[in-house]
Design a protein around this ligand. Structure first.
Ligand code: NDP
Length: 244
């Protein structure tokens, strides 16, 4: 299937890495189904891709709602008649020290970053099994490999995405491919969700050196372009000029 058109569903496609991934995969000839809550952004992106000669459709999606994710995956399948890959990309990062007890934000990270990925797997895995194969690309973070102050819960969610991805890979018996893509600091709207003033300030210097979102999209495109017998399991992409 190398370099052939695949049907790819992307969650969190309204900004940052998901948006760049949609553009890159469309340029590679893949057919995109895009999800996020900001449908005005998705509509503009799908229009841009279509105008450029690509194929993209979209649907409103909140990944914390299992039924919505099931409907999203069904709609992707109905639209194109199959489903080759899901990019579980939607994520939030409201960092804060644990002692700030921002428990609502902890829950939101768990709901979006962990449950959202599980909902994507639950919705797509039976369809992929039924059609004889498929590919999950789960977006983690360098925070899936190391923990830093204010990032305990965020890193916990990304360690979880890494564990879930590895478990899925081990259970997959050749038909399901699983790629974990872990970005370092990347230009996006991710830090906008930080409400804790100290954590927000600390992020300014931490995020001073950043990759363009297209660099992560390139890594995802590489994994998807491999032949069926090749499963790219983990990719970590950091800015060359940053230790983090
Ligand atoms: P952005 O904030 O730019 O994008 C996040 C995307 O997730 C948006 O499209 C947003 O869409 C979507 N999203 C958030 N909540 C939900 C929800 N409940 N349901 C559906 N979609 C949702 O950040 P990034 O592009 O950086 O983030 C993409 C992924 O990359 C995340 O998983 C993040 O953790 C990971 N990452 C990013 C790094 C970085 O430095 N940028 C580093 C390491 C990992 P909407 O609000 O419209 O729903």
């Amino acid at each position: 299937m190398q370099n052939t058109s695949k049907v790819v569903a992307v969650t969190g496609a309204s900004s940052g890495i998901g948006e760049a991934t949609a553009r890159r995969l469309a340029a590679d000839g893949h057919r995109l189904f895009l999800g996020a809550r900001r449908t005005d952004r998705l509509a503009a992106l799908a229009q841009e891709i279509t105008t450029a000669g690509g194929t993209a459709a979209f649907r409103r999606l909140d990944v914390t709602d299992a039924a919505e994710v099931t409907d999203f995956i069904s709609a992707a399948h109905d639209r194109y008649g199959r489903l080759d890959a899901v990019v579980n990309n939607a994520g939030v990062m409201p960092l804060s020290p644990l002692e700030a007890l921002r428990t609502t934000e902890w829950d939101r990270m768990i709901d979006v970053n962990v449950r959202g990925v599980l909902h994507g797997i639950a919705a797509a895995l039976p369809r992929m099994r039924a059609q004889g194969g498929g590919h999950f690309v789960n977006i983690a973070s360098v925070g899936a490999y190391e923990v830093s102050p204010t990032a305990a819960v965020y890193c916990a969610t990304k360690y979880a995405v890494r564990a879930i991805s590895e478990g899925l890979r081990q259970e997959s018996a050749g038909d399901i491919r699983v790629t974990l893509v872990s970005p370092g600091v990347t230009e996006s709207e991710l830090a906008d969700s930080i409400s804790d003033p100290a954590a927000r300030e600390a992020m300014k210097s931490y995020r001073a050196v950043a990759l363009p979102a297209s660099a992560i999209a390139d890594a995802i495109a590489y994994a998807l372009a491999q032949p069926p017998e090749v499963d790219v399991n983990e990719i970590v992409v950091r800015p060359a000029a940053s230790p983090q």
